[in-house]
Write a protein that binds this ligand. Structure first.
Ligand SMILES: *[C@@H]1O[C@H](CO)[C@@H](O)[C@H](O)[C@H]1NC(C)=O
Ligand SMILES: *[C@@H]1O[C@H](CO)[C@@H](O)[C@H](O)[C@H]1NC(C)=O
Ligand SMILES: *[C@@H]1O[C@H](CO)[C@@H](O)[C@H](O)[C@H]1NC(C)=O
Ligand SMILES: *[C@@H]1O[C@H](CO)[C@@H](O)[C@H](O)[C@H]1NC(C)=O
Ligand SMILES: *[C@@H]1O[C@H](CO)[C@@H](O)[C@H](O)[C@H]1NC(C)=O
Ligand SMILES: *[C@@H]1O[C@H](CO)[C@@H](O)[C@H](O)[C@H]1NC(C)=O
Length: 449
């Protein structure tokens, strides 16, 4: 690691301060995104929110110059002999949202392009101000947004979801983290992802297994409760709450990172209309026509109709061409004919599909409700799935299983679809748009039929 840039930048006096630092080569200008808050008496008011790119997608370089801290062989051994030293010597820099990542906003619309130059996929968070994520207290509230999935084929996932990240990205809790929410730090979800480069203010150096010059997995994971409002493409959609033993962001190692039996319920309790017996509800030309934009409404019902009650039900509606479309009704032997998520629904579904109810084992809706009460961060992403080709969302899963077995068929995509190797030949180039995000008391964000 002999870097002529170090000498140059020392001379220029461009020297960082200390720990999971902030780089100064590219200014960080958060794109504006208008959102609305609604009340029964006051109607909806627009506020000018911003978005920020996840830290994991950023250039990490020496505080003394342009040497990258991550290489195809993993973390640079001089800058990053261990996680704490690495956080001291390495900085996260600003990004060019549109030109590098294909992330653009206009008024109340956010568009995430899948392929932009050499970049594949992205994840952004909604902010309250330039150094904090916005946290949504969801109990006894509803969320509405419009989505355009028309250019999202099999194998891709345009997601809108909540995660129990720290509002400041962990900056105040962990002195090693000087970058904070301004640079998109502190990601966590119910898969306890081990590809997160910095966790709890330290680089994930130990045990790092590089998969590319910017990606890999370390021995630590970053866990927290996750509520997948919308994971979808033009052929399938799922609404999936997940629970964790600790709702808030928690670093895991060893068996605590293991899916379902560790800190978090990685499987979740999903509502996917196709999987639950209505194969013609959502798709091109179907009841919810994915060739056109539509509105997705999600309501968080509590035991006493107040924001202090227990979460008892998650309801879903769609609105398209001015018509309110109730969620599809379950048609599977052993599961009640319902169209919302409750603890009994989860328990019946898990039995009918012969799966373990890890959702209940980690506390079920009551536990999730605690996270909704505290407040969760809103994330948007577009991604492919190298490991499972998104077949768990839009095809048969496991792909080798008999699709006649209840729970196996989840969407109309072929079991050979979704291979990231096919991404380069996709045309037209895939993107997802989320528009008109509205949040407020029940019944205020859309007009019921
Ligand atoms: C590193 O990751 C690759 C790809 O995911 C995997 O095949 C390999 O087994 C991993 N190696 C170690 C030592 O974990
Ligand atoms: C898993 O978490 C529990 C509870 O926090 C802790 O007592 C235990 O040591 C952890 N196990 C590992 C392998 O880190
Ligand atoms: C699927 O949902 C649509 C819209 O609610 C409904 O008209 C149709 O009958 C449902 N089909 C089945 C098989 O349940
Ligand atoms: C909550 O409100 C609904 C109507 O919106 C009503 O049917 C229900 O009885 C109420 N529940 C409680 C516990 O007050
Ligand atoms: C919420 O559930 C807990 C545990 O079941 C119970 O003690 C509490 O009274 C409930 N709160 C409300 C407002 O229903
Ligand atoms: C439920 O699905 C079966 C086929 O699996 C179908 O024959 C039946 O009409 C469906 N019921 C409803 C209410 O749509």
């Amino acid at each position: 690691m002999v870097d002529i840039q170090i000498a140059t930048f020392l001379l220029l006096g461009v020297v960082g301060v200390a720990a999971q630092q902030v780089g100064t080569y590219i200014p960080e200008n958060h794109p504006l995104l208008a959102t609305q808050s609604c009340t029964a008496s006051g109607g909806c008011t627009t506020s000018s929110s911003k978005i920020v790119l996840d830290a994991n997608r950023r250039w990490i370089h020496s505080t003394l110059g342009t040497t990258s801290c991550l290489t195809a062989n993993g973390w640079d051994p001089t800058l990053c002999p261990d996680g704490i030293t690495c956080a001291n010597y390495c900085a996260l820099d600003g990004v060019s949202y549109s030109s590098t990542y294909g992330i653009t906003t206009s008024g109340s619309a956010l568009r995430l392009q899948f392929v932009t130059g050499t970049n594949i996929g992205s994840r952004v968070f909604l902010m309250a101000d330039d150094t904090h994520y916005r946290t949504f207290q969801l109990l006894n509230q509803e969320l509405a947004f419009d989505v355009d999935v028309s250019k999202l084929p099999c194998g891709l996932n345009g997601a809108l979801y909540f995660v129990a990240m720290d509002a400041d990205g962990g900056k105040s809790k962990y002195p090693g983290n000087r970058a904070g929410a301004k640079y998109g730090t502190g990601y966590c979800d119910s898969q306890c992802p081990r590809d997160v480069q910095f966790i709890n203010g330290q680089a994930n150096v130990q045990g790092w297994n590089a998969t590319s010059a910017t990606t890999g997995t370390g021995s630590y994971g970053s866990c927290c409760t996750e509520l997948d409002i919308w994971e979808a493409n033009s052929n399938a959609a799922a609404l999936t709450p997940h629970t964790c033993t600790n709702n808030a962001q928690t670093r895991c190692s060893g068996s605590n990172c293991t899916s379902n039996t560790g800190f978090c319920d990685a499987d979740g309790c999903d509502f996917n209309s196709f999987r639950l017996g209505n194969t013609t509800f959502l798709g091109a030309g179907m009841s919810v026509d994915t060739t056109k934009t539509f509105t997705v409404v999600t309501q968080f019902i509590t035991s006493d109709n107040t924001s202090t009650g227990n979460l008892t039900e998650i309801r879903r509606f769609y609105v398209q061409n001015g018509n309110v479309i109730p969620n599809s009704v379950v048609n599977v032997t052993g599961i009640g004919a319902v169209n919302s998520i409750t603890d009994p629904f989860c328990s019946q579904q898990k039995k009918a599909f012969i799966e373990t109810n890890y959702f209940a084992q980690h506390g079920g809706l009551a536990q999730l409700g605690q996270a909704l009460r505290t407040g969760m961060v809103l994330a948007f992403s577009i991604s492919d799935d190298p490991a499972n080709h998104m077949l768990w969302l839009d095809s048969n899963f496991p792909p080798s299983a008999n699709p006649a077995v209840p729970g196996v068929a989840r969407g109309m995509c072929s079991i050979t679809s979704g291979n990231p190797a096919d991404v380069g030949i996709l045309n037209p180039s895939p993107y997802v748009s989320f528009l008109n995000i509205k949040f407020g008391s029940i019944g205020t964000t859309f007009r019921p039929a």
